[in-house]
Write a protein that binds this ligand. Structure first.
Ligand code: ADP
Length: 723
C-alpha cells in the first residue's frame, strides 16, 4: 500500500477514534478564536501587531462595522447549538450514531475521500446514497430548513496569514465553524495564506490554492503562457503588452529595438523592466534604450521580463490608475471561473506625464502599486469608496459612464481578458495538479482567488499587467502615529470588496451546495456537469439573509464564445496521457516516442531516429531556459514547441493555427480507441540517442522527490501587501 493510502487509512481511523473527544474539544476551540470586542488594536507597537490582529474589531470600527459586530455576536451565540444537535441531519434521523454520521457527512463534501472509503466499505456507501436521497427529498420539501440546520462547514484557518481578518468575518457571517489552530480530523476547507503546501498531507476537503499557481504566475511563466497563445491567436491575445524574457531574449530585444529606431528615428518607445519573482513594484524600472538594462547582478544575469510600456493610460483627475479584480478559479477540470463584480482602483499620487528621460524614475507617477504610493505624502486615505487613492472599481465605472463611456463594453472586454488569461494558464496548471494530486488517489480538490491587475488605455482597451497568486486580502491599513508606533485603521473600501469576495468564495465552495459530476461520470460533458444547487450566481440573497453573490460566473457560462481557444489545453491532455509515472511533470524520451508511435506520426520521411533528435534538441534548449529545473525531461512548453514543429512539418502550406488544429485531429483520432494506460514500449537499442540523452524521469524520479520540488519558493514566503 502506498504511503498516501496509508495516510488516508490512518486519517480515517483517527476520525473514528477522536470523534467523540473532538466533539467536546471543538466547541472549546471556537470561542477562543472569537474576537474580544472590547480590546482595541490601535496604538500597539509594530512588533505586537500580529499577535493582536484579531482584536481590530474594536472601537475604531465605523458604523457599518458596528452592525456587523452585532451580527457576529448573535452568530457566536448560536454557534454551539447550530453544530451540536444536528437533529435535521438526514443521516441522524436514520438513527445512526454521531460518529458514523459525522464521517458520512465529512465524506459527503469530499469526493476523493468518499471514493477510498466506499471501496473499503460498501455499507458506508449505501448509507451515503440513502442519506443523499433523503436529503434531496427533504430539500425539495423545505430547502431552507435543511440548509439552516445542516452541519456547519468546517474551515481550517491556521495558515490564513494576512487573509485571517476578512476570513474570520466571512466565516461568522456564514455561521460556519472556524478552526484557528487547525484540527486533528479533516476540515471541509483549508484556507492557506501562501501556497498549496502550507499544510502538508491533506487528503480530503478543499484547499484554496492550486499546486503550481505561484510558479505559473511568475512574470516569465505568465509571459510564456500568454505568448504561446499569441502564436496561435495573436488578435485574441493582444491584451498583453509585447514582452521579452531576459536573459534568453536579451540579444533579440536589443536587435529589435535597434531596427525599430533605425526605421523611424522619431520613435521613442519606453520599456518597463520587471524582475521575474518581484512583486509590489520591487525592482521595477523604466528604460528608453536597451543599453540601460541592468541585467547583471553580480556574475548572474537577472531573470526578468522587459515589456512595452503603455504610454497613454486612461487618466482620472490627471492620475494614472489600475484595476485590481478578484477572480475565483473554482475548478480546473471542468474549468469554472468567477469574477468579482466589484474590484479596486489604485491611483498614482503624482500627476501623469508621458515618459521622458527626466521623469522615468518618478515611481509615484508611473507605478500604481499601493505599497509604493502609500508612502507618498499625497496618498489620500478615504472613508468614501469613490474618492481617495484607493477606490472601488464601480465608482470609477460610474464616473466614466457619466462622461458617456460605454462601460458595458469595458466590462465585457475585461471579462474576455480574464477568461483568455485563465485559458492560457490552465494547461500547465493541470500538469502541476496531477503531479501533486494524482488522479484516482485521495487528495483535496483546489480552488483559488487570483488578483488580476489591469490597466485601461486611453482608448479604454484593457491591458493585462500581471496576475497575483496571493492578492492581499488585508482589510485594514497601517498608520505610523509616532516613530515606531503603528495603528491599524479599518479600510472601508478594502472591507467592502474583500470580505464579499472571501464570503462568496466560501459559499461557492460549500460542500453541500456543490454537486460536482466529473467528466468521466456517466459520459456527462464538462460544461453540463456543474450543478450549483442553491448558490446560483444570480441568486437574490438566501434563507440566511445573505446578500446575492458578488461573484459572477463567466465560465462555463461563456463556453461557446471562448472554448475554441483551448487548443493548448488539448495538447496538454495528450502530454499528460504519455507522462507515465505519477508525480512527474516532464516527459521522458520513451514517453515521447510512444506518443509519436501511438499517434502514428512517424513515417519513412520522419524516422524514429529523427524523433529522438527532435526530443533531445528541444528538451536541451528548454533545460537551458529554465536553469533551476531539477527534473530532467521534456516540460509541457517544450512538448508544445515539438507539437508545433510536427504540425508545421506535416501541414506545410497552412497557417500555424490550422496546422496545429489539423495535427490535434490526427492525434486525437489515433488515440481515440486506445487505452490511456497503454504502457510505453521499451526503447530499442539502435535508437539510443547517445550520451546527450537526458534520463527518462521514470528512471530516477520518485513522487516523493517531485513533492519536495514543489515546496514553497522563497518568493512565496513574502506576504503581498499590495493594496
Ligand atoms: P509588481 O508585481 O511588482 O506589482 P506589475 O507588473 O504589477 O509588478 O507592475 C507594477 C506597476 O507598474 C503596475 O501596477 C503598473 O502601474 C505599472 N506597469 C506595469 N506594467 C506596465 C506596462 N506594461 N505599461 C504601463 N505601466 C505598467
Amino acid at each position: 500500500m502506498s504511503d498516501h493510502y496509508e495516510r488516508v487509512k490512518i486519517e480515517l481511523q483517527q476520525m473514528k477514534a477522536v470523534e467523540t473527544e473532538a466533539a467536546a474539544e471543538e466547541e472549546q476551540l471556537s470561542p477562543a478564536s472569537s474576537v474580544p470586542a472590547d480590546v482595541s488594536f490601535a496604538a500597539l507597537p509594530r512588533a505586537r501587531r500580529d499577535l493582536s490582529r484579531s482584536s481590530i474589531n474594536g472601537r475604531s470600527r465605523s458604523k457599518s462595522r458596528g452592525k456587523a459586530d452585532g451580527h457576529e455576536k448573535q452568530v457566536n451565540g448560536k454557534h454551539l447549538s447550530d453544530v451540536a444537535p444536528r437533529k435535521s441531519d438526514c443521516s441522524q434521523e436514520k438513527g445512526q450514531s454521531r460518529v458514523s454520521n459525522e464521517q458520512i457527512l465529512q465524506i459527503k463534501g469530499t469526493g476523493r475521500l468518499l471514493k477510498s472509503k466506499t471501496t473499503a466499505n460498501g455499507h458506508v456507501e449505501s448509507c451515503q446514497r440513502q442519506t443523499d436521497e433523503k436529503c434531496e427529498h427533504r430539500g425539495k420539501e423545505d430547502g431552507s430548513k435543511v440548509a439552516k440546520k445542516r452541519r456547519a462547514v468546517t474551515v481550517d484557518t491556521s495558515k490564513a496569514k494576512t487573509s485571517l481578518e476578512a476570513l474570520k468575518m466571512s466565516i461568522r457571517l456564514l455561521k460556519w465553524k472556524e478552526f484557528p489552530m487547525g484540527r486533528r480530523t479533516a476540515c471541509d476547507i483549508y484556507w492557506h495564506g501562501v501556497s498549496f503546501h502550507d499544510n502538508e498531507n491533506i487528503v480530503s476537503g478543499q484547499v484554496n490554492k492550486f499546486p503550481g499557481m505561484i510558479e505559473m504566475l511568475r512574470k516569465i511563466n505568465l509571459s510564456r503562457a500568454v505568448r504561446t497563445m499569441q502564436e496561435i491567436y495573436p488578435e485574441e491575445y493582444n491584451f498583453y503588452p509585447r514582452s521579452w524574457i531576459l536573459p534568453e531574449e536579451y540579444q533579440l530585444f536589443c536587435t529589435q529595438i535597434r531596427l525599430l529606431k533605425d526605421n523611424d528615428s522619431t520613435l521613442k518607445p519606453t520599456f518597463i523592466v520587471k524582475p521575474d519573482s518581484g512583486s509590489q513594484g520591487d525592482g521595477i524600472y523604466l528604460i528608453r534604450d536597451p543599453a540601460d538594462l541592468r541585467v547583471i547582478s553580480g556574475s548572474q544575469i537577472k531573470q526578468s521580463v522587459v515589456q512595452e510600456y503603455i504610454q497613454k493610460p486612461l487618466l482620472i483627475d490627471k492620475l494614472k490608475f489600475d484595476i485590481r479584480l478578484y477572480v475565483l478559479v473554482r475548478s480546473l477540470d471542468p474549468l469554472e471561473i468567477y469574477i468579482a463584480k466589484e474590484g479596486l482602483s489604485r491611483f498614482c499620487t503624482e500627476p501623469y506625464q508621458e515618459p521622458s528621460q527626466k521623469n522615468l524614475s518618478h515611481v509615484f507617477m508611473h507605478l500604481t502599486n499601493y505599497s509604493l504610493n502609500v508612502h507618498s505624502g499625497n496618498f489620500v486615505h478615504s472613508d468614501s469608496c469613490s474618492t481617495g487613492s484607493k477606490r472601488t472599481f464601480s465608482s470609477v465605472l460610474y464616473r466614466l459612464a457619466s462622461k458617456g463611456v460605454d462601460i458595458k463594453k469595458v466590462w465585457s472586454d475585461i471579462i474576455a481578458l480574464v477568461i483568455k488569461t485563465v485559458i492560457a494558464l490552465v494547461p500547465e496548471l493541470k500538469v502541476y495538479y496531477q503531479a501533486d494530486i494524482p488522479p484516482g488517489k485521495p487528495g483535496p480538490t483546489c480552488f483559488q482567488i487570483l488578483g488580476f491587475d489591469i490597466l485601461l488605455m486611453k482608448n479604454l482597451k484593457p491591458v493585462l499587467l500581471e496576475v497575483n497568486a496571493n492578492p492581499s486580502m488585508r482589510i485594514e491599513h497601517e498608520q505610523e502615529v509616532s516613530p515606531g508606533v503603528y495603528e491599524y485603521i479599518p479600510s472601508p473600501v478594502d472591507e467592502e470588496v474583500k470580505v464579499g469576495v472571501i464570503r462568496d468564495t466560501l459559499r461557492l465552495m460549500d460542500p453541500a451546495q456543490r454537486k460536482h459530476i466529473t467528466s468521466n461520470a456517466g459520459g456527462v460533458s464538462p460544461e453540463d456537469a456543474i450543478v450549483v444547487e442553491t448558490a446560483s450566481d444570480e441568486k437574490e440573497g438566501s434563507a440566511d439573509s445573505l446578500p446575492s453573490l458578488c461573484l459572477k460566473q463567466v465560465f462555463p457560462k461563456y463556453t461557446k464564445q471562448f472554448n475554441y481557444l483551448r487548443v493548448v489545453d488539448r495538447i496538454a491532455t495528450i502530454f499528460l496521457r504519455f507522462l507515465g509515472v505519477k508525480g512527474t511533470m516532464k516527459l521522458g524520451p520513451t514517453g515521447f516516442r510512444t506518443f509519436i508511435r501511438n499517434c502514428k506520426l512517424s513515417n519513412s520521411s520522419f524516422s524514429m531516429a529523427s524523433v529522438d533528435i527532435l526530443y533531445i534538441d528541444i528538451t536541451r534548449r528548454w533545460a537551458g531556459m529554465i536553469p533551476d529545473s531539477r527534473e530532467a525531461g521534456m516540460c509541457l512548453q517544450a512538448f508544445i514547441e515539438a507539437f508545433f514543429y510536427l504540425a508545421a512539418r506535416r501541414f506545410k502550406a497552412s497557417p500555424l493555427r490550422e496546422q496545429v488544429l489539423l495535427l490535434l485531429e490526427v492525434c486525437e483520432g489515433a488515440l481515440e480507441g486506445q487505452s490511456p494506460t497503454d504502457k510505453p514500449r521499451p526503447q530499442r537499442s539502435h535508437t539510443n540517442p547517445g550520451p546527450m540523452q537526458p534520463s527518462a524521469p521514470n528512471t530516477f524520479s520518485s513522487p516523493a522527490l517531485m513533492r519536495r520540488r514543489h515546496q514553497p519558493l522563497q518568493i512565496s514566503a513574502k506576504a503581498n501587501t499590495d493594496n
